[in-house]
Write a protein that binds this ligand. Structure first.
Ligand SMILES: C[S@@+](CC[C@H](N)C(=O)[O-])C[C@H]1O[C@@H](n2cnc3c(N)ncnc32)[C@H](O)[C@@H]1O
Length: 240
């Protein structure tokens, strides 16, 4: 029964059409704004779903999206498969992806809350091993004190590992990364019912010094903004 519920939530129509209506619109521009120009040349999108990242990113040299959900990958290919230098594959992230692509930017949008601590740290460590890494960006549903609707929605999500901001940041630190920015945002410029926790991650000083991402970084500094102003609107809040 629970399996069926999760399958329905993951159906492309529910994900693209129903989910944004329930939460009051989804606009992930604030996430992609955390990816500086230097990080946009070779993009690795882990848990890419239907390739929503491509609504927000262009001008890259190459993009690889991987996702364990073959239906989502099929939908992604239908939407974006015609673009040059874009590839989608139905599988988990592999060490070879990091070697072959040497991504400058890694996107984990809506993924960490699907993973156990060990899985999440594993993915972050793999990503952190890219020799050209400029930034990793993450976005996830989040438990927040006093935000009843947000927290109930988070409990009903397909992903079973929703966390509070400190727990997400701790995952990054355990993987040898530094949280350059950590902030909560409203799901859209027009609705604050549901919030997401975003992180902009880079290699810690220690990992840089040793040339590897295997050392715990310095203390994470959060710029958590419980009353985050919704992202500026140009009228677009098309579900992500
Ligand atoms: C909330 S969706 C986000 C999709 C997309 N990134 C977006 O922003 O719309 C989470 C995605 O992560 C995928 N996923 C979960 N665990 C995964 C894993 N270990 N490796 C790759 N993808 C995974 C799921 O199949 C799902 O498509």
């Amino acid at each position: 029964m629970l399996g069926l519920y999760r399958k329905i939530l993951g159906h492309p129509f529910v994900y693209e059409e129903v989910r944004p209506r329930v939460v009051g619109g989804i606009d992930m521009r604030p996430l992609y704004e955390l990816l500086p120009e230097a990080a946009r040349s070779s993009v690795l999108d882990v848990g890419c779903g239907m390739g929503d990242a491509l609504k927000y990113l262009d001008r890259f040299e190459s993009y690889l999206g991987v996702d364990t959900d073959a239906i989502a990958i099929e939908a992604a290919n239908k939407r974006w498969g015609h673009l040059p230098n874009v590839r989608f594959e139905a599988r988990t992230l592999r060490a070879e992806d990091i070697v072959d692509l040497a991504p400058t930017g890694v996107v984990l949008s809506g993924v960490l809350h699907h993973l156990t601590n060990a899985e999440a740290e594993g993915v972050l460590r793999l990503a952190a091993g890219s020799p050209r890494l400029a930034r990793i960006i993450t976005s996830d549903i989040v438990f927040l004190p006093g935000k009843l609707f947000n927290n109930v929605m988070a409990m009903m999500d397909r992903g079973r590992f929703c966390r509070d901001p400190d727990a997400y940041a701790s995952l990054a630190r355990q993987a040898g990364l530094t949280v350059q920015q950590g902030l909560t945002i409203a799901s859209s410029p027009t609705s604050d019912r549901v919030r997401y926790y975003l992180m902009a991650l880079s290699l810690s000083e220690a990992a840089h010094a040793t040339g590897a991402a295997h050392t715990a970084g310095p203390e994470v500094t959060h710029a958590t903004t419980p009353d985050a102003a919704p992202a500026a609107s140009d009228g677009r809040s098309d579900g992500a």
